[in-house]
Design a protein around this ligand. Structure first.
Ligand SMILES: Cc1ncc(COP(=O)(O)O)c(C=O)c1O
Length: 346
């Protein structure tokens, strides 16, 4: 059995747990995916010619299970993550995994690894489902064979709202128009690392990429979506296209802002010029960070300091209450893992 960590020292990083999930897919079969099963966590073996290893035919998800003060373990919007997993697979020419099976797999994984779900308030169990093209291929084409693997790792709480991010605005886009930025594709992440290392050396925390339009409009951070509160109180975020990942936290923040906080919300292009002139507040959203305020945007030879988080704090607290079960769940976003039929041999 893997060691249970010191809950007070949890950060964000990989810690093994006891159980993982595996399913095998064959696009030529109907249904494409076999029954799937939970197995002890361990290494996987692949043909060196597996499509994923050369051609990056793979996508993944990241979602969290959290223990509430009532002891129940809830997953935040697993159906929305499952739907995005299926859309990512389609974009990457892989056989989509059914959403109901994704939800059952996530719940079963959290239940089996219950000993690693941190106590209430100490963090969450991060679930990492992945899909890989496993067919041995020399010459890129749609892989017929694929595998789903999902593992779980306990992670600590995101840093507090008072620690505003310093984002370096990149002169480039993270993903090309027409490319795979709207999917959670493996290949979207490696290209960021070199830029991020350089930005961290300059004193930044992360990157803010432009969208792919070539018109100096903001896109998203390396692993989170971007929001801006403008001088008239409107909450604005760049519109979704194939350069921006449709974040589940982004969608949740938009709905909470509009339907609960009563704010005017807009999904529209935001230029760097407009944000520098009109932004009261900027923040990022994502499963890892939930809501993180941005304290400063900067680039080569300029910087722009941003106001203190107000809307970010309200949204962060509202989302935290829903995720932990401490508050009402008006949109039915959380799923209690005890109430979902086992994901094994579905
Ligand atoms: C590039 C990118 N943008 C945005 C997000 C935020 O998405 P979500 O809120 O679904 O975690 C993520 C994280 O998954 C990401 O990798």
């Amino acid at each position: 059995m893997s060691a249970v960590p010191d809950w007070d020292a949890l950060g964000f990083g990989f810690l093994p747990t006891d159980w993982m999930y595996r399913a095998q897919g064959d696009a030529a079969r109907d249904p494409a995916w076999d029954a799937g099963h939970f197995v002890p966590f361990g290494d996987v073996s692949l043909s060196p010619a597996a499509a994923v290893l050369s051609y990056g035919c793979g996508c993944f998800e990241g979602l969290k299970a959290q223990r509430g003060v009532d002891g129940r373990v809830r997953i935040f919007r697993p159906d929305a993550h499952g739907a995005r997993f299926a859309r990512s697979a389609e974009r990457l020419a892989l056989p989509p995994f059914p959403v109901d099976r994704f939800v059952a797999m996530a719940a079963g994984l959290a239940r089996r690894n219950d000993a690693w779900v941190p106590p209430a308030g100490k963090g969450s169990l991060y679930l990492r489902p992945m899909m890989h093209g496993t067919e041995p291929l020399l010459g890129a084409r749609r892989p017929r064979l694929a595998g789903v693997i999902a593992y779980a790792s306990p992670v600590g709480n995101a840093p507090g709202l008072d620690q505003g991010l310093r984002l370096k605005v990149m002169a480039s886009a993270r993903a090309a128009l027409g490319g795979t930025g709207g999917a959670k594709a493996m290949g979207n992440y490696a290209g960021v690392l070199l830029h991020k290392e350089a930005a961290v050396r300059e004193g930044f925390d992360d990157l803010l990429y432009l969208d792919g339009s070539g018109r100096l409009q903001l896109g998203e951070a390396s692993g989170a979506n971007l929001f801006c509160v403008l001088d008239d109180g409107t909450l604005a975020t760049p519109p979704l296209d194939d350069t921006i990942l449709p974040g589940i936290t982004r969608d949740s923040a938009l709905r909470l802002a509009r339907d609960v906080l009563g704010l005017p919300v807009q999904q529209r292009p935001l230029s760097l010029v407009e944000v520098r002139a009109r932004a009261r507040e900027v923040f990022c959203t994502g499963t890892g960070w939930t809501v993180r305020p941005v304290a400063m945007l900067g680039g080569d030879g300029w910087e722009c300091r941003l106001g203190p988080p107000k809307v970010a704090t309200q949204l962060g607290e509202a989302l935290a209450d829903i995720r932990s079960g401490a508050g009402a769940d008006p949109f039915g976003w959380t799923v209690d893992v005890a109430g979902v039929a086992d994901g094994e041999d579905q």
